[in-house]
Design a binder for this molecule. Sequence first.
Ligand code: ATP
Length: 364
Amino acid sequence: MKVTLEGITKVFPPHSKKESPVTAVSNFNLEIPDGKLVALLGPSGCGKSTLLNMICGLEAPTSGSVFFDENDVTKLPPEKRGVGMVFQNYALYPHMSARKNILFPLGNLKGKAKLTKEEKNKRMLDAARIVQIENLLERKPGNMSGGQQQRVAIARALVKYPGILLLDEPLSNLDARLRLETREEIRRIQKNTGITTVFVTHDQEEAMSISDIIVLMKKGVFQQSGKPQDVYDNPANLFVAKFLGTPAINVFKGRIEGGKVYIGDEAVSDVPGCGDREVFIGIRPEGFIPDKNGPLTCDFRSIDVLGRDYMIVAAHGEAEAPVIRAIVDSENKIEENPEKVRFSFKKNKFFVFDAKTEERIYVG
Ligand code: ATP
């Protein structure tokens, strides 16, 4: 099922006279293609959960419309939308076995949708098989690990054959190892079922590693969407560039004068076609090349060996952060403990952003 959001805005009224209304989502337009795994990504409070709740019908938009394929579902209640929802805290019934938890949503189907006992059991077993918990069906949630409980929650969402699966921070209650395992699991389940899936996360690595498409938002406003690698390689603005990647992109203050961009006194690159202005320069850690004749000079701090690569930690007066991090191939030799280290840059790893709008104006 394709999902289209057209000009969605959500304003929460103030809770008291002292508060102002909160615009959680602002004029949001998005098309989520059928059968894809899409991550809604952004910092805490940027409106991700509110947007997800408007897709499933738990919140009504203040303005704008939600379409499933060509059908306007904006005014439909959640139970009529055919969506499966999985929350961060699983929300399983503690006194029921996994089997009963999974069967539960089938109990209140009415009319034509009503199922026989055999049909219900078959659906329950199919869902349990997809998430690989057939051998745990008699256990209650309290006797299962967080990852197993999350699988039961996903099975419970799948059992109604939803057209869309919505997951709100499904991994945040799990420890690091289980997070990794469970995210692969979600990817596998999504691939096997082909259900259009939207999941909310503030973890860029999680989003980048399993999604077909990532959608970045900031303060309720759409920033950019696309395949993870494309967005990483072509950030539309400084926010997106900073949000994706570990270690984070290195950001410097600078200016453009006469077709060249300067960091401090050094002209670090030609920027053909860009007018004079104040800018930010973003350089990915893997975009630095140690180079005795390179255009950017930094104060050397230390070297961290990472195995195949190493990380040069350095500092620069115009850098936003106290240190900059350059990840370079161990074949690049630099002298031991130099005072200064100079860099040139790899292609497509060097970005220039307008200081006022923070829009990207150049890729080097
Ligand atoms: P997190 O990652 O922390 O869950 P989020 O990106 O999902 O954050 P939302 O929960 O959608 O963000 O919240 C977006 C904004 O809307 C926040 O400023 C939040 O305080 C506000 N908000 C959310 N729900 C309500 C509500 N029922 N009443 C008033 N304000 C709300």
